[in-house]
Design a protein around this ligand. Structure first.
Ligand code: C2E
Ligand code: MG
Ligand code: MG
Ligand code: MG
Length: 285
């Protein structure tokens, strides 16, 4: 027993762990200052329609320009923010910034689609979440149909009742809702048809390896045909190759997002990108 305790104590106080803890604490302190310090910004990634090959929407993705560490990706700071409550101010900032940007692009005629904003469980649980969305839309002058909220499959299934309530009260229910990272959880599919959702986004882990990976091909195919029957649009995430795009199109998947089309871009680059697209917009046959 003494030996075990000793070993545990040794592990607990290992310099390596201590260092990691210190790093975590200091990153957390830095994140608190990131919003006021204007260190957060959004990258925008276009979503493409497979048939017309035109931009039908954009997704806002959070980025953190850390003063000494450089660019920090959301996978490193969003989970931290979800644990320490910072997701509320960060999420509100993301929503506001994305809505203002989309209002500007819509006004310039550069897009008539939606701006997708990722929403965490902790945000959805806020009693004033609906109010925040409604107020943000009116402050930014963005019509509700140009906003899409992305909730992950696990959030939706965990909070089914709340999601239903939330959606029913959203501005004339015109705000779109999509289920992100679909296919990674264990959805009770019969619940899906009750939800007022517009779109399923198939997780990139299922798109990887298409069309050769037969298991993923079967799952992706099943999700697409189920979506069609339930009347949802369906978008594939992480489309990187022409082969994936052709295959998904042949399965009647509506849209794709991924490096094949475009990666996440700064607001300025995305403006240029949308202008180019507008200039080169193909005439649908
Ligand atoms: P997500 O919502 O599923 O976003 C898609 C992620 O896939 C993005 O990573 C994007 O850069 C990446 N991606 C795009 N195209 C490709 C591709 O062709 N191949 C591959 N392998 N990846 C691709 P990112 O920007 O690092 O975001 C990661 C996750 O962080 C997001 O996953 C989302 O869950 C979360 N996140 C990002 N911004 C926010 C935010 O503002 N609020 C919240 N709550 N979560 C956010
Ligand atoms: Mg997303
Ligand atoms: Mg996703
Ligand atoms: Mg994800």
């Amino acid at each position: 027993v003494a030996k075990d305790l000793g070993r545990n104590r040794y592990q607990f106080y290992s310099p390596e762990m201590n260092e990691r803890l210190q790093q975590h604490l200091s990153l957390e302190a830095d994140l608190r200052r990131a919003i006021e310090g204007n260190q957060l910004f959004l990258a925008y990634q276009p979503q493409f329609d497979f048939t017309q090959r035109r931009v039908i929407g954009l997704e806002a993705l959070a980025r953190w320009q850390h003063p000494t560490l450089g660019l920090v990706l959301p996978e490193q700071f969003i989970p931290m923010a979800e644990e320490n409550g910072l997701i509320e101010p960060i999420g509100a900032w993301v929503l506001e910034t994305a809505c203002r940007q989309q209002a500007a692009w819509v006004a310039e005629g550069l897009t008539d689609g939606s701006m997708s904003v990722n929403v965490s469980l902790q945000q959805l649980r806020q009693p004033d979440f609906i109010e925040l969305v409604t107020d943000t839309l009116s402050r930014s002058g963005l019509p509700a149909r140009h906003l899409e909220l992305e909730l992950t499959e696990s959030v939706v299934m965990q909070e089914l009742d709340r999601v239903m309530q939330t959606l029913e009260t959203l501005p004339s229910s015109a705000v779109r809702l999509s289920i992100d990272d679909f296919g990674t959880g264990y959805s009770n599919l019969s619940h899906l048809k009750k939800l007022p959702i517009h779109r399923l986004k198939i997780d990139h882990s299922l798109i990887r390896g298409l069309p050769l990976d037969q298991e993923n091909a079967a799952i992706a195919g099943a999700i697409i045909s189920m979506s069609k029957r339930l009347g949802f649009e369906v978008l594939a995430e992480g489309v990187e190759t022409q082969e994936q795009a052709s295959y998904l199109h042949s399965l009647e998947c509506d849209a794709g997002q991924g490096y094949l089309f475009a990666g996440p871009m700064s607001a300025q680059d995305c403006t240029d990108f949308l202008r180019d697209q507008a200039g080169a917009r193909p005439v649908p046959s």
